[in-house]
Design a protein around this ligand. Structure first.
Ligand code: SF4
Ligand code: SF4
Length: 385
C-alpha cells in the first residue's frame, strides 16, 4: 500500500468528533484537560493520526487539535486531517479559501496531512462541479496547505463508482463508513463502497467502525454471544477489528470520548489483530440474534413525510427508535435524533421534532405498513426529548 504519510501509520485514528465536554455544558465546551490526557496516552503508545472537521463541536474540535496536540507535540510526530463543508450551493471561492485558512489557524498548523471535502454523496455532483470544488481541492494541495486530498462519503456504491470514474485521478484518499453491521446493508452499502474505492486505486480511511457507539451496546442476548466467545474482549473491540483487517485500509477512526476508550482501542489494535474465521463466525451469529429484536416495520417509503403538515421526518425517527431497540445506546440515539430533527446544513433538512406532531393522523391514513405513527412519535418524545 502507498505510504501517504511518509511511513505507514497504525490502524487506529483518533476522531475528534465525540470529545468529552464539560459537565452540563453544550457540545462546543470541550473538556480540554481530559482530551490532553487522552492524546498523551494515544501518542505514547505510538499512534499518530487525528481526524477533525470544520463543523465538529461547533468549530471547537479544530481548536482542540491546537490545544491538545499541535501546541504540545512537534509537527512531525502526528498527522491531522480536516474537512471542508460545502453544503451551501452558492459558496464562493473566497469563502472556501477563508474556511481553509480558518481550519489551519484554529488547529495552529500551516498544513494538513489530508484535506477532505466533507460528506459527499448522491445528488451533489452537479453542485460540486458548479462551484469548482475539485479544482479548489487541488489548489489546496498545490499551495502546500494539504499533503493529500480527498473526500468523505455517505451514499450508495453506484454513485461512488460514478464519482470515482470522474475524480479518482484528482484525489488520494477517501473516507468511508465501514462496520460489520453496514457491510451488506442496502442503505449504507459499506462493501460496495469499499469495493469501488479499491477498484479505483484510492486509499481508504474508515469511519464509524463502531457505528457511533451502537456496536458497543447490545441487548443481553446479543452481548452474551460475544462474551461467551471471549469474556475479556469489549464489544467495541470486535467492531474495531473488522475493518482493520481489510486490504487497502490506511487507518480506522474511532471517535473516542474518554481515557478508557483510548486504552481499550489502542490495546485492541496492538494486541488482537484482524479477526480470524472463527471470530467472523461469532459476528455472523450475533447478527442473526440481532435480527430477532422486534422493530417497527417501516420501509422508508416516505409517504408519511409528503403528507405531514409539519414535515416531520417520521422514517428517520423510526430508524432511530429501531436502532435504540437493538443497541440500547441512548446517548447515541439522542445524538442521532438531534441531527435528524434539527434542520442542519444538508440540503432538504427540516427542523421538526416528534413533539411538533399535531396528531392530525394524515400520515397514518397513508402508511402502507399501517404503523401507529402518532404513538411512535409519543415514544420518541419520551425517550429522546
Ligand atoms: S399525525 Fe403528526 S406526524 Fe402524522 S402527519 Fe400529522 S403532524 Fe405529521
Ligand atoms: S409511510 Fe409508513 S412505511 Fe412509509 S416511511 Fe412512513 S412510517 Fe415508514
Amino acid at each position: 500500500m502507498k505510504n501517504y504519510f511518509g511511513a505507514p501509520i497504525k490502524k487506529l485514528g483518533f476522531g475528534f468528533m465525540r470529545l468529552p465536554t464539560l459537565p452540563g455544558k453544550p457540545d462546543s465546551e470541550i473538556d480540554i484537560e481530559q482530551v490532553k490526557k487522552m492524546v498523551d496516552l494515544y501518542l505514547e503508545r505510538g499512534f499518530t493520526y487525528f481526524d477533525t472537521a470544520f463543523v465538529y463541536h461547533g468549530g471547537k474540535s479544530e481548536e482542540a487539535i491546537r490545544e491538545a496536540v499541535s501546541k504540545r507535540y512537534a509537527r512531525d510526530k502526528f498527522q491531522v486531517t480536516t474537512k471542508l463543508p460545502l453544503w451551501n450551493p452558492n459558496v464562493t471561492l473566497d469563502e472556501m479559501k477563508g474556511m481553509t485558512q480558518t481550519s489551519l489557524d484554529r488547529a495552529g498548523i500551516d498544513f494538513y496531512d489530508l484535506y477532505f471535502l466533507h460528506g459527499i454523496g448522491p445528488g451533489r455532483e452537479e453542485m460540486l462541479d458548479k462551484i469548482k470544488a475539485w479544482d479548489y481541492l487541488q489548489s489546496v494541495k498545490d499551495t502546500g496547505k494539504a499533503k493529500n486530498i480527498g473526500f468523505s462519503y455517505h451514499g450508495d456504491g453506484d454513485t461512488l463508482n460514478k464519482i470515482l470514474d470522474a475524480h479518482a485521478k484528482d484525489i488520494d484518499i477517501i473516507q468511508l463508513q465501514i462496520n460489520y453491521l453496514d457491510w451488506e446493508d442496502e442503505g449504507v452499502q459499506s462493501k460496495k463502497c469499499y469495493d469501488a474505492a479499491v477498484a479505483h486505486g484510492v486509499g481508504v480511511i474508515v469511519m464509524e467502525p463502531v457505528k457511533g457507539g451502537s456496536l458497543a451496546n447490545f441487548t443481553p442476548a446479543v452481548s452474551d454471544i460475544f462474551k461467551k466467545a471471549n469474556p475479556d474482549a469489549s464489544l467495541a473491540s470486535w467492531a474495531l477489528r473488522f475493518p482493520q483487517g481489510l486490504d487497502g485500509v490506511i487507518t480506522v477512526l474511532s471517535g473516542m470520548s474518554n481515557v478508557e476508550q483510548v486504552d481499550d482501542n489502542t490495546k485492541t489494535t496492538d494486541n488482537a489483530g484482524p479477526l480470524n474465521d472463527a471470530e467472523k463466525k461469532v459476528i455472523a451469529n450475533a447478527l442473526e440474534e440481532l435480527k430477532k429484536v422486534p422493530t417497527i416495520p417501516c420501509t422508508a417509503c416516505r409517504y408519511c413525510v409528503d403528507d405531514c403538515p409539519k414535515s416531520i421526518n417520521t422514517p428517520g425517527i423510526i430508524g432511530i427508535l429501531n436502532d435504540y431497540a437493538k443497541y440500547q445506546n441512548l446517548a447515541g440515539a439522542k445524538r442521532s435524533y438531534g441531527m435528524t430533527t434539527g434542520g442542519g446544513p444538508m440540503p432538504g433538512a427540516v427542523a421538526a421534532k416528534s413533539s411538533d406532531c399535531i396528531e392530525c393522523g394524515s400520515c397514518e391514513n397513508h402508511c402502507p405498513q399501517h404503523i401507529k405513527i402518532i404513538e411512535t412519535h409519543k415514544e420518541a418524545v419520551k425517550l429522546f426529548e
